[in-house]
Design a protein around this ligand. Structure first.
Ligand code: C2O
Ligand code: CU
Length: 576
């Protein structure tokens, strides 16, 4: 059950349900501008779902996948009590893009900020949404996100007119990729020798709806007439301008999104206002969010496609579609055209240019510090460890410890993880990023990077060739607990003696997720000013599972007393 209530005590977590309902009923327009507590009660369970017309067990929130949209206004507190009814599976939920200032234990990152929520147990997340924008939530335990546990968070600006653009209506577009194979089957394949790869997605979903060709499905599992898999219809009225909030939560795919016949003006990225630019279609990577504006100025007597296509990997999946309708949603008949197929999947420069074009809105520039105190250069490679295929940073492949870092650091549980600091750089001089890794062997570690509180940190992510010749993929990197300035992108090998001179220090966009293009590099800067322990990883579910991530700690001594609810596993057993 979802409830919203106004509350004077933002921290209060256990108020009887009836009270919320009466608060909700008495909610009037005059109270809307005040900070409110948005309460949700979620039960997580497996249910049979047919998002692309093929029946499959999906992890659901109150019976839904995607889960309900969390709506709040800037300054509100969101409280979500999560009951794990998965019977035999642990759980953690992450609020992607929310910085968790003062509440690092509510980040929902299993192994980093909390012990998993055990079957049958309830855990309450409470955190402030301090910045307007478009965000996501999703499971953060193993590869659980790809089982269907995800949804959107929309934070409205506190004051009307505070945003540097105007619109008449709003739509939400949540993009995903989807497989009929279970998450367990996929994870077991990744960890097997020989490696078993699930392949390209069976379907691309828009707001949890897709369409698999039933004649290619196992007999009796597919039903193309189910309302559940009917394309979503987005209603518009002639002459009006619409904000589309677009988020990608894909497990694997980089996507290109297009609204047929309607150019999009990009105005927001990851909760920050963008210097507006117009695109025919938008490249969006897993973990990214954008807002675009479109004007309904086309022939209203027909419908138009919304289309999502795989880019950056050779596509093997039909275009994901939805319908734009000028008749208030009344006409949902398919458009008379074939759906847009997007740009060439391997046109890296096309995507690179859109990345470079995404800079801060002139009236909302937050200039980065001019210099960094520390620079970490991370070579992203595919490696082998005991015949297992892994991903590594500077030849170290990440594994999660069984004791969450947040607890281990706060309590000085030194035996909980590797205490040796991970490598700051790699032998970049003479390294040929276009060749297969010369020494594919890597080590595993659960060590973390300790950052001086308040210091300015640069991270440069260097992409390279994979184990197969002539192959380099796009990796969307996501940082928990912060936004970072995107200082620059390049194709080729990053040279610390040369490239920093070309950093954009004037109007870089702040983001929480950014693409590292094939054979390219991406340079970021952030301030280590949020006490806690924060994951930084590739947002491709399989890549993080295979070690493509690191963890930062900063200001642990400033973290308030930890709630005992995050404990109970590893060396935290026994509470204190
Ligand atoms: Cu959206 Cu650590 O992830
Ligand atoms: Cu990756």
């Amino acid at each position: 059950m979802d409830m919203e209530s106004e509350s004077q005590q933002a921290g209060a977590q256990r108020v009887p349900r009836l009270l919320f309902i009466s608060f909700f009923l008495s909610l009037s327009l005059s109270t809307l501008a005040r900070a409110a507590t948005r309460r949700h009660e979620w039960e997580i369970s497996y249910q049979f779902k047919s998002p692309d017309c093929v029946r499959k067990l999906a992890a659901t929130i109150n019976g839904q996948s995607p889960g309900p949209t969390i709506r709040a206004a800037q300054g509100d507190t969101v409280v979500v009590s999560v009951k794990n009814s998965l019977l035999t599976e642990n759980l953690a939920l992450h609020w992607h893009g929310i910085r968790q200032i003062g509440t690092p234990w509510a980040d929902g990152t299993e192994g980093v900020t909390q012990c998993p929520i055990l079957p049958g147990e309830t855990f309450t997340y409470a955190f402030a949404v301090d910045r307007p924008g478009t965000y996501i939530y999703h499971a953060h335990y193993g590869m659980q996100r790809s089982a269907g546990l995800y949804g959107m968070i929309v934070v409205a600006a506190a004051a009307p007119g505070a945003e540097p653009f105007a619109y008449d209506g709003e739509h939400l577009v949540l993009l995903n990729d989807w497989w009929h194979n279970s998450t367990y089957e996929q994870a077991a394949g990744l960890a097997s020798v020989p490696f078993v790869w699930v392949g390209e997605p069976h379907s691309l979903l828009i707001n949890g709806r897709g369409r698999f060709n039933c004649s290619a499905a196992v007999a009796g599992t597919c039903n193309a007439t189910l309302p559940e898999c009917a394309a979503e219809v987005f209603a518009v009225e002639t002459g009006k301008t619409y904000r589309f909030r677009i988020a990608s939560i894909t497990s694997l795919s980089a996507l290109n999104f297009e609204i047929e016949g309607h150019p999009m003006t990009v105005v927001e990225a990851d909760g920050h206002y963008v210097k507006p630019f117009v695109v025919k279609n938008l490249n969006i990577y897993s973990g990214e969010t954008y807002s675009v504006l479109i004007t309904a100025d086309q022939d209203p007597n027909r419908t138009y496609w919304l289309a999502s296509n795989v880019v950056s990997r050779k596509p093997g999946t039909t275009t994901g579609t939805a319908i734009l309708s000028y008749h208030g949603g009344g006409s949902s008949s398919p458009p008379p055209t074939t759906p847009p197929t997007g740009p060439a999947w391997n046109d890296t420069m096309y995507r690179f240019q859109q990345s470079v074009m995404t800079v801060a809105h002139p009236a909302h520039v937050e200039p980065p510090p001019a210099i960094a105190d520390r620079a970490i250069l991370l070579l992203n490679t595919q490696n082998k460890i005991d015949e297992h295929i892994r991903w590594a940073l500077n030849n170290v492949s990440f594994t999660l410890p069984h004791t969450p870092y947040l607890v281990a650091m706060k309590r000085g549980l030194l035996g909980a993880f590797d205490q040796r600091p991970p490598p700051e750089t790699y032998a970049h001089q003479g390294y040929d990023i276009y060749e297969k890794p010369p020494n594919p062997n890597a080590t595993t570690s659960d060590a973390l990077y300790r950052l001086r509180f308040g210091s300015v940190v640069d991270v440069v992510l260097q992409n390279a060739n994979m184990l197969d010749a002539n192959k380099s993929e796009t990796h969307p990197w996501h940082l928990h607990g912060h936004d970072f300035w995107v200082l620059g992108y390049g194709i080729g090998r990053f040279d610390p003696a040369v490239h920093p001179a070309s950093y954009n220090l004037k109007d870089p966009i702040l983001k929480n997720t950014v693409a590292v293009h094939p054979y390219g590099w991406t340079a970021l800067r952030f301030k280590a000013d949020n006490p806690g322990v924060w994951a930084f990883h590739c947002h491709i579910e399989a890549h993080f599972f295979m070690g493509m991530g690191i963890v930062f700690e900063e200001g642990i001594e400033r973290v308030a007393d930890l709630p005992t609810e995050i404990m109970g596993c590893g060396k935290t057993k026994g509470g204190h």
